[in-house]
Design a protein around this ligand. Sequence first.
Ligand SMILES: CSCCC(=O)C(=O)COP(=O)(O)O
Ligand SMILES: [Mg+2]
Length: 238
Amino acid sequence: MNSIPTPSVILLDIEGTTLPVSFVHKVLFPYARKALPDLIRDRAGDPAVIAALEETRALGPDREPLDQLMEWMDEDAKIGPLKALQGIAWADGYASGALIADLFPDVPPALRTWSEAGLTLAVYSSGSAPAQRLIYTYTTDGDLTPLFNAFLDLEMGGKKDAESYRRILAKTGWNAPDVLFVSDVVAELDAAASAGLLTCQMVRPEDGTIAGKPHPVAHSMKEVADLFSLPEPAGKAQ
Ligand SMILES: CSCCC(=O)C(=O)COP(=O)(O)O
Ligand SMILES: [Mg+2]
């Protein structure tokens, strides 16, 4: 008998869970790094750029904002103003066709099946909510944004902090034991479990993810479905 409860909300990480780490690090991050100097100069009057640069100055008062942003990118820092500016840079790339999100092939069929079955789907990523929407708008499988109920980002707090998951529950009204958080990063899953959420580690061989205890492990969305008695994704590669 399966003793794992069945969730009604599926909360998904992006990098390493629905989208290959290589796409984020070899395509998205280099695109933003190249675009940022011109973006900061050419859009100096854009309120979103002004706000992100002010926050960058506040967090790194001794540095030129661009130097600070470059350093954060070197460190893969999950920091709000960097993520906001990366999202603005990527918008141009998606609109021009230079960027298109190549999700893991098991992801779109699972999202469609679970949405059709009435499950609530949501994203929690360090990437800004606008950047998350871009990824799911411009996928090789078309626009998947209508399948999602919420896009949650660092405004909820860092993903390795249990308080962030409590904030998400308070904001959405979800009950912790109804929510399954799927991520490749054990520290994120530990934090979610501390807040009472169900957890599943996505271990993608393509990304070299290491399985870590104590969370149930899946290698695809089909395995997530099997573990948590969710509707079986139909269609192509599982
Ligand atoms: C959603 S935009 C691309 C991902 C990103 O910027 C990032 O830092 C990855 O964060 P995640 O929390 O999805 O691992
Ligand atoms: Mg991840």
